[in-house]
Design a protein. Structure first.
Length: 510
């Protein structure tokens, strides 16, 4: 876990390095987040990255050991397999917040006083990191309890694999002890992350003196989402007319050719047909689970006092263990993986919603709107949700490919779809033993999954909620049912006059 956290922090820094460099020198302009390389890496599941590292670096090149747990050298590949996708997700989230931080008024003051760019970048990081710390606390627990597949690949006697084996063997004492250890770790990590976030923000959070990190912006226009969508539709459309179950023992493990563009598997089945047919089932269920997780995450994120302890507990349960629990309650069936993944997929979204909402409630414009007589419902629908919801939706889309693979992985364990179903996770698991002899068998499914991740992230860059436009020369007005009376207006004018006389207020007011 410590090695994976180090890799994740370094990866996140590399992802947002371009934005930090340009923003600290006031050269960011209208440029958006970085390329889709980090999006593709964030979309790949940990076990797929670990399999590729073990096959290429550990087996073919022989640079590092790929099996066992006997010293520091055996820690490098598992740490890379776990830390690279997590770091890419954190880097994308941080890269989404940094442009708004560099647009705040304090950056103009630093430029006027000649503050070095390194100091400006450091303060921008301090401004944005508190919004990511709760999610980092969730990833800490996920690196421990959710790394079951990675521990299986590298044969590591970790806590996650121990708990899974205890669940499969119905060893209740070990299962209860492992689950309790994960729950305690989740509670400690969540408490530490929230306390550190409050410490970094300081009195500004208490006094409502923050600026919004979610300024209204026009939708991002680009050809990349259309290109990725067209490629994905072309793969599905070209492979659907083919038979995914047709066996040809003579054509076993054939390389890609005109007759088999993606090659064949160990039974001679066409991989293009299996990828295309598996996309219909996997993507439809993944979209449904993502939508349910998004709704649950936003609703529970609006109630942080209620959802905080629940999030810490739910995040301590890996999806595989959740699938076993659901199977024990509702028996195995086609919807068992969907229920299990949906039961745990909402916790990162709820945590992100709560973190963004906490900072948005402490902004100066919200304080001014509340002083003009706006009620809680008006603030929620006109200020808070338009600022928070787009970023949460982008995070949900970023997690869509991982949800698709979690569903398929549970199906491979016998908790849902069974072979010879063309599930994407089944394709990866079935062809993993042939990675050295026929690497295209794994690369085909991995490439389509990476294409899905790139499509989800680039399409999410244009998600915005429209805010009410103000007419030129018109003054902002509170809702009709909440217009202040004459006495309240007189007192409000006196209060605003005294506030405007403060030098801090003059500096903070746009």
């Amino acid at each position: 876990m410590a090695g994976a956290l180090t890799v994740a922090v370094c990866t996140a820094g590399a992802v947002c390095a371009r934005t930090l460099w340009l923003g600290s020198r006031r050269q960011l302009g209208e440029q958006g987040p970085g390329g889709t390389g980090s999006a593709v890496l964030a979309a790949l599941p940990e076990f797929l990255v670990a399999s590729a590292l073990a096959s290429v670096i550990g087996v073919q090149l022989g640079w590092l050991p790929a099996l066992g747990w006997y010293g520091p050298q055996w820690m490098i590949l598992p740490s890379l397999g776990l830390g690279l996708p997590v770091g890419a997700v954190l880097g994308r989230m941080l890269d989404d917040l940094l442009p708004a931080a560099f647009a705040e008024p304090w950056t103009l003051a630093t430029a006027a006083r000649g503050i070095p760019p390194k100091s400006v970048a450091r303060q921008a990081m301090r401004r944005c990191v508190p919004g990511l710390l709760p999610n980092l606390g969730l990833f800490v627990v996920g690196l421990t309890g959710g790394a079951v597949a990675v521990e299986q690949i590298f044969d590591i006697p970790g806590l996650g694999r121990l708990t899974l084996r205890a669940a499969l063997a119905q060893d209740l004492p070990v299962l209860q002890t492992g689950t309790l250890a994960l729950a305690l770790l989740a509670a400690a990590a969540g408490t530490l992350a929230r306390g550190t976030a409050r410490l970094l923000i300081g009195p500004a959070l208490r006094d409502g003196a923050l600026h919004s990190l979610n300024p209204p912006a026009p939708p991002a226009r680009g050809i990349l989402p259309l290109l990725y969508g067209a490629l994905l539709l072309a793969v599905i459309g070209y492979g659907l007319p083919r038979d995914p179950l047709e066996l040809d023992t003579v054509a076993r493990l054939q390389a890609p050719s005109w007759s088999h563009p993606f090659g064949t598997d160990a039974l001679g089945r066409d991989l293009l047909a299996r990828v295309a047919h598996g996309a219909l089932n996997t993507l439809s269920i993944a979209l449904a689970v993502s939508a349910v997780a998004l709704v649950m995450g936003v609703l529970l994120g609006l109630l942080p006092r209620l959802s905080g302890p629940v999030v810490d507990t739910v995040n301590a349960v890996p999806p595989v263990l959740a699938g076993l629990l659901v199977t024990g309650i509702a028996d195995s069936g086609p919807w068992t993986p969907a229920i299990a993944v949906a039961a745990v997929a909402w916790s990162p979204l709820a945590t992100h919603t709560s973190a963004l909402l906490q900072q948005e409630r402490a902004t100066t414009h919200l304080t001014a709107t509340r002083a003009l007589g706006a009620g809680e419902w008006y603030l929620l629908t006109h200020d808070l949700l338009p600022a928070v919801l787009p970023r949460v939706v982008r995070l949900a889309l970023l997690r869509l490919p991982g949800i698709a693979l979690s569903l398929a992985a549970l199906g491979f364990l016998g908790l849902g779809a069974q072979p010879p179903s063309p599930e994407w996770g089944l394709l990866l698991a079935e062809n993993q033993p042939y990675a050295e002899r026929a690497p295209w068998a794994i690369l085909a499914s991995a490439a389509v999954l990476a294409l899905l991740g790139a499509l989800a992230v680039t399409a999410a860059g244009g998600i915005r909620l429209p805010r009410q436009r103000k007419r030129p020369g018109a003054r902002p007005r509170a809702p009709a049912e909440q217009v202040p009376s004459a006495q309240e207006s007189a007192g409000l004018e006196t209060c605003l006059h005294s506030v405007s006389a403060s030098p801090i207020s003059r500096a903070e007011t746009p």
